[in-house]
Design a protein around this ligand. Structure first.
Ligand code: BQF
Length: 291
């Protein structure tokens, strides 16, 4: 079994981005600037936003974190989005999800200028993605494509089973992998909570993308020998032996499935870092779009 080391690959791609930023700086071009809006105090969201700010520092981007109390109204949040849309100093921005229940994430996403939508969640970008047009790809699917590409994993003609149909992972990655393109040309089965006989699909899969959000759901007896596993899950499970009181596990039983897999992403250190790096690539793309 070979580990698909997202942390190592991220580091490499970030050093490539840093070189490009040095070149931008040397030629008097704009320094890429990413802004993030964080509402409330969800510990996981705080850690994700910290990762993004730290990555900006590593690649030489400017970053701005806008923190708001969870009592902020939807209208106030929309006004911040308008302000960032109009601010020429900010090339791209994200609204960290999830949002408090009284704020409609769809309404907020629709308000983001598609040219600054570095998360690729606006229907304008999603539609372009589905049609194979140039756009911001959603960060996690983009990170997965980079990981498969750089690891030299062939997708052409392969049977890929995607588990989970969310708008941010399962649905877009299934579209991307079936496109007529590099790291595409696969035959994709998109499975979900209503899929009957799931194991009949997973046992035939050459590659499995697990993004269903259930800790250690995929077991060894559900996969064939030599399968490639991409584990998108990030689940906190109680663990009193850790000083934080929990540990992170994916949607895949790493020990059992890993023993049969040809390649597998670890959690942490697999898809997660690639997601953040893909966001950096989208921000670099956003700068190039303005000048
Ligand atoms: C790692 C995310 C679910 C819902 C909203 C590195 C991240 C995570 C893990 C990270 C994620 C997940 C992010 C690791 C951003 C990925 O070492 O394994 C980085 O920061 N992520 C997010 O912004 O929103 C989410 C998952």
């Amino acid at each position: 079994m070979e580990l698909l080391d997202g942390r190592a690959l991220s580091k490499q791609i970030k050093s490539e981005i840093a070189k490009e930023v040095d070149l931008l700086k040397a030629t008097g071009k704009d320094i890429p600037h990413l802004a993030a809006i964080l509402v409330g105090e969800n510990p996981a969201s705080e850690s994700y936003v910290r990762n993004k700010v730290r990555s900006c520092e590593e690649v030489g981007f400017e970053s701005t974190l806008i923190r708001k109390d969870e009592s902020i109204t939807e209208q106030e949040l929309l006004e911040i989005v308008d302000r960032l849309n109009a601010n020429d100093d900010v090339h791209g921005f994200i609204v960290q999800l999830p949002l408090p229940r009284h704020i409609d994430p769809i309404k907020v996403t629709l308000r983001i200028d598609p040219k600054k939508d570095v998360d690729g969640f606006h229907p304008n970008n999603f539609g372009k993605m589905a049609q194979g047009l140039d756009c911001f790809l959603p960060a996690t699917p983009y990170g997965i494509l980079l990981l498969l590409e750089r690891a030299g994993i062939e997708t052409n003609g392969k049977h890929i089973v995607v588990m989970g149909r969310s708008n941010i992972v399962g649905t877009p990655i299934s579209i991307l992998l079936s496109r007529k393109s590099n790291v595409g040309n696969a035959t994709v089965s998109l499975t979900h909570s209503r899929t009957k006989n799931l194991t009949e699909f997973t046992k035939k899969a050459d590659i499995i993308i697990a993004a269903l959000g259930i800790p250690e759901f995929l077991k060894a007896d559900m996969v064939k020998e030599g399968v490639v596993i991409v584990d998108v899950g990030i689940n906190r499970v109680e663990d009193s032996s850790k000083k934080r009181g929990y540990r992170l596990v994916g949607d895949v039983d790493f020990e059992g499935v890993g023993a049969k897999a040809s390649h597998i992403t670890p959690v942490p250190g697999g898809v997660g870092p690639m997601t953040v790096t893909a966001l950096m690539l989208n921000t670099l793309k956003a700068v190039k779009m303005v000048d």
